[in-house]
Design a binder for this molecule. Structure first.
Ligand code: GLP
Length: 530
């Protein structure tokens, strides 16, 4: 099978119309097999345009349509007779008496089917058959589990097809339960076949086409045995890969994510001289390459800082009111979504990491400040745009001054920087302590745990105070959000049980608390899921 993956529906329709035109130019008396459904409508529009411009002459063409509902009045609006008249036959110069369609009004359906088979043979067989595909893998109206050797026949429609096609009827009860359709063997006899598929709802059916097996459960898989089949589809129908970008102050991590797994990853260093333009150009160029290679058509970006109607503004990056999503979207020709990086990390953990299976998760990232991500019912909760700034919850009225300008913010007490401040103060107050000794050369989160392991009371004291502050904020968040799970992320979370156990005890075991699992991959996966 030949595969053509197109950017979008428009391009898919153009490619299909070109192939049909080529066929008709090469053999003006071609026998063409037409399909109905929404998929080929764009192709028929292109053929009509070509005819209007004098580029296509279909006067010599004989046509056979794949199928028709049964019973249905041929002039009813939902009949495929009317559909074809509207979408194609009324807009090009196919001679009326060379148009063949199964009749939904036939008294004897088996006779009608036999007659149809004979007519196809008399016409010399179909030169080029155009197919759509049902989301359950049906072609024509050959439903899963039907006879793959059948010729044109009367068939019962599956409930999935009835439901899918109900959009053309006033209500689902009006969709005919049966249809007349060319059988798989009829379709198979066509000399050349093009199958069109677009949109996410066709992803599974197209996947089956490229799997190794041939199964009656997905009748289109039979086409693998045909010698001249071209599948023309858009990205949506072909690939689930999406690109997740995690922008940080030091580097930008770009990953291709499929089925919640990173299948390829690139890292761009953010250097000090980089301008906004340089950074966007570097990210866009990697994305363009990955998009091409993996047929990825969704891009999500996690970025630190404020995102509002003016764009992104990040303290540690050259972004000032930067409409990053719009710029990248224009350059790459796909929709680009943007979110706060901590929110993306929370989404990644909830979907693919420690929060798997949970719908309501709160992630708390402890670092220089405190970042947060709130996932409610499987989605990021961003309020008016910037919810989740939990580090700036005021836990202490008139408390320490925060760099945001407020006093008493949680991150002034429970971030890793706050912990280090507390350790420094304690070391100064207790110069003979193990902690003071351990802190002599350098001081970081680990110093405290090292001193505690050596039995230092001062360190233990600092730790208890710190856990008290950490629990105070978490307590408030639990009361407001009642999450199923709290995840702790950031370097200090490496201490795992040493933090999780006392923290859980402090909040009275109200909610399970775990350490996040995906580390730096969480942001990429979460961004890709946007
Ligand atoms: C109908 C037609 C098929 C068509 C399918 C998909 O059931 N009998 O020939 O391929 O629908 O329709 P759509 O293109 O609207 O998704």
């Amino acid at each position: 099978m030949k595969l053509i993956v197109c950017e979008n529906y428009e391009e898919m329709s153009e490619k299909a119309a070109e192939i049909i035109k080529e066929q008709v130019v090469k053999k003006p008396d071609s026998v063409l097999g037409f399909a109905t459904g929404s998929t080929p409508v764009g192709t028929y529009d292109k053929l009509a345009e070509m005819y209007k411009k004098g580029e296509l002459d279909m006067s010599g063409v004989t046509s056979f349509n794949l199928d028709e509902y049964y019973p249905i009045s041929n002039d009813s609006d939902q009949s495929y007779h009317c559909f074809m008249e509207r979408q194609l036959f009324g807009r090009v110069n196919i001679t009326k008496d060379k148009i063949n369609m199964l009749s939904g009004e036939a008294e004897d359906p088996s006779e009608e089917c036999e007659r149809y088979e004979e007519r196809i043979e008399e016409a010399g067989g179909i030169d080029l058959q155009i197919l759509g595909i049902g989301r359950n893998g049906h072609i024509g109206f050959n439903e899963p589990d039907t006879d793959l050797e059948a010729k044109t026949h009367l068939t019962e429609l599956s409930s999935d097809t009835i439901e899918a096609n109900s959009r053309f009827f006033e209500n689902v009860d009006l969709v005919p339960t049966h249809a007349l359709t060319m059988g798989i063997s009829t379709i198979f006899k066509s000399k050349k076949i093009i199958l069109l598929a677009n949109g996410r709802s066709k992803l599974n059916a197209v996947r089956e086409l490229f799997s190794e097996h041939i199964t009656t459960k997905s009748p289109a898989t039979m086409l693998k045995l045909h010698s001249d089949v071209t599948i023309i589809c858009d990205y949506e129908a072909y690939s689930e890969a999406s690109i997740g970008i995690d922008i940080g102050g030091m580097s930008v991590k770009i990953g291709v994510v499929e089925n919640l797994k990173i299948i390829d990853k690139r890292i761009i260093d953010v250097t000090s001289g980089m301008t906004e333009k340089d950074l966007i150009a570097a990210i866009t160029s990697v994305c363009a390459e990955m998009r091409k290679r993996y047929k990825a058509n969704r891009i999500g970006i996690g970025v630190p800082g404020i995102i509002d109607e003016n764009g992104v503004t990040s303290a540690n990056l050259p972004f000032k009111d930067c409409k990053l999503d719009e710029i990248m979207s224009r350059a790459l020709g796909v929709t680009v979504k943007i979110e706060n990086d901590a929110n993306c990390a929370a989404l990644g953990e909830q979907a693919a990491g420690a929060g798997k299976g949970m719908r309501n998760v709160l992630m708390v990232t402890l670092g220089t400040g405190i970042g947060g991500g709130i996932i409610i019912d499987g989605k990021i909760y961003s309020g008016k745009g910037n919810a989740g700034e939990i580090g700036h919850m005021r836990i202490m009225p008139d408390g320490k001054l925060c760099k945001c300008g407020k006093h008493g913010c949680w991150e002034r007490y429970a971030s890793v920087s706050a912990l280090i401040e507390m350790m420094e103060r304690a070391a100064a107050e207790h110069p003979d302590s193990i902690l003071a000794d351990a802190a002599k050369d350098s001081i970081n989160g680990k110093t405290l745990f090292k001193a505690m392991d050596m039995g230092c009371d001062t360190a233990k004291h600092v730790f208890d105070e710190y856990i008290g502050y950490l629990a105070a904020g978490i307590d408030i968040l639990v009361s407001v959000l009642d999450p199923e799970l709290i995840l702790i992320a950031g370097g200090i979370s490496r201490e795992n049980e040493k933090i999780i156990k006392p923290l859980s005890e402090r909040i009275g075991g109200a909610v399970p608390i775990k350490v996040a699992e995906l580390k730096s991959d969480a942001g990429i996966i979460g961004a890709a899921l946007l």
